[in-house]
Design a protein. Structure first.
Length: 93
């Protein structure tokens, strides 16, 4: 995995195992949410035609939700990893 430290100088990244663990947990969470989207399409495709809010059908609303959710997870992941890197790197100084 290509996780790099937020520091500009080349140092040992003490947070690699933390980043990998958090990344895997978030990946599994997103996979579960995405699997729900696929399951609805396979098992009950007529549900995707239902209007949810603002005149959007469930397919469009769920799709936008997946995109926005992925962006939020990415920002959250970046925030957690940067915080952990700083914490671990200051301990090792």
């Amino acid at each position: 995995m290509f996780h790099h430290s937020v520091q500009t100088e080349k140092t040992i990244d003490n947070a690699v195992s933390y980043k990998t663990k958090i990344g895997f947990i978030m990946f599994m969470f997103y996979t579960l949410i995405y699997s729900g989207f696929v399951a609805i399409n396979v098992l009950k495709p007529e549900l995707m035609e239902r209007t949810t809010f603002a005149g959007l059908n469930l397919a469009v609303a769920y799709g936008f939700g997946l995109i926005v959710g992925a962006l939020i997870l990415a920002l959250f992941y970046n925030s957690l990893c940067a915080k952990k890197e700083l914490e671990l790197n200051q301990k090792n100084k």
